[in-house]
Design a protein around this ligand. Structure first.
Ligand code: FE
Length: 142
């Protein structure tokens, strides 16, 4: 699904063509036991599902775009929820007319290159479901 090279706590990853990005990145975090960190990347996709959170209904609205798009920027963070990697990813996608689509990334299929950098933090960041907001938030100390 990917090849990588480590630079201390940083990893440069190249994802294989046609893989689902969030699945591959989650697998890598599992393999390396990364429980906190940050991630960024560029590349291209042929399909992407973005989601929009409506704070009034606490529901997500998902929308899939099936076309060739450049990943102008993928950025996000890595934490843990219930013992599993939890990736919070946002993406800006460039369409063939150079306009941009952006949002919270649910899933996307690579079409071309997928070049990512993961920086692993020493330790673990946990998340919990905040019922009043309706989101999985960081569980940090006050
Ligand atoms: Fe988000």
């Amino acid at each position: 699904m990917y090849t990588y090279q480590a630079f201390g706590d940083r990893y440069v990853l190249s994802l294989e063509n046609h893989v689902e990005i969030t699945k591959a990145l989650t697998m890598f975090c599992e393999e390396k036991q990364i429980k906190a960190g940050v991630i960024h990347g560029i590349g291209a996709v042929g399909k992407a599902t973005l989601r929009f959170f409506d704070p009034h209904t606490k529901q997500y609205i998902d929308k899939t775009f099936q076309e060739q798009m450049e990943i102008a920027c993928l950025i996000g963070n890595i934490s843990q929820k219930e013992g599993k990697p939890y990736l919070h990813l946002h993406i800006t996608l460039a369409r063939s007319d150079y306009s941009a689509l952006a949002g919270h990334l649910l899933e996307a299929t690579l079409s071309g290159a997928g070049e990512f950098v993961i920086e692993a933090f020493d330790g673990s960041l946990e998340r919990y479901y905040n019922t009043s907001i309706g989101l999985n938030l960081y569980q940090l100390r006050k």
